[in-house]
Design a binder for this molecule. Sequence first.
Ligand code: NIG
Ligand code: FE
Length: 391
Amino acid sequence: MSSSTVISNIATLVTNDPSLGDGSPLGLVQDAAVVIEGDRVVWTGETSKAPATDNQVDAGGRAVLPGFVDSHSHLLFAGDRTAEFNARMSGRPYSAGGIRTTVAATRAASDAELEANLTRHLTEALRQGTTTFETKSGYGLTVADEARALRIAAAHTDEVTYLGAHIVAPDLADDPAAYVALVTGEMLDACAPYARWIDVFCEKGAFDGEQARAVLTAGKAKGLTPRIHANQLSYGPGVRLAVELDAASADHCTHLTDADVDALAHSRTVATLLPGAEFSTRAEWPDARRLLDAGVTVALSTDCNPGSSYTSSVPFCVALAVRDMGMTPDEAVWSATAGGAAALRRDDVGRLSPGARADLVVLDAPSHVHLAYRPGVPLVTQVWRAGRRAV
Ligand code: NIG
Ligand code: FE
């Protein structure tokens, strides 16, 4: 039998289990303890009631919350886009076109370079509390380059997304129909074995509603579950397509009509908001308040990519969401943990109650509210993943 460990003297514990603690969605327990056995949580509650264990860890009156679930990132890339960012901060608008710069750099990179780049970003994210992450292809756009990106990703996470339909490959820019045929045919065949999800960038300058439907439908037929980049730069059909196809998540959701919000509210499609993208492109913020008030499940993620959101920090996104998107600190923390898990249709992560994977973050602060209250401060002081101290 594996040994048991209690982490006790936790000032505020976020369980995300409303049946525990204060009964709120965060299931907050004060003066709490968590008992871990192997890679699982086996008990949570007040320190005074904790069962005896083999090992004891004193949290020193700090806050503990579930590890962040970053359900949207683009980490299979090479090169960077500093020049584009600089130009944008001098007034040039963001467009999907910059993706081509990263496609050229990614194709030219060796497997070892891509792997090293991925590992570097994962280490960075882990230090900031991310214990589950999704990542995608989309900077290869040939059969071999997309399959290689996904093969490398699959060695690091189960949450791998095939995004051959990021933009029309530059080589086929004159023939988008031929590119969609490739993405839904030979490229899908080569990529599906490594992926759980299929995604498409449904936007002007990328793929329209009918092309997006063709991509997601083909992926579904191959056993992949849809998620979608939708309504980021403009209004469009993406969100409603997501709901129609029962996508796990519609991501960005910055430009929404009332019909879009209503469709999301009556579906099990999560709205994943990516404030790093609006921050780094100086764009209008998505309205989280409107979505939450309508009853939509909201996730918060980084969208970490070299073009529109080069941050791996979930705490930064939480702070932005509270400051600029109308979320309360409790809502933002829920969305960055349980919300991310919902967007990945996972119930083993994003919560700290019996049976969950023992993924947790210890903050050098007495409560989770400090993530938004003390923006930019490195509060993550310990990270445990699958029952082991990782940071
Ligand atoms: O999620 N929206 C499309 N894809 C990325 C941006 C990719 C890039 O600019 O390289 C995003 O923002
Ligand atoms: Fe993205």
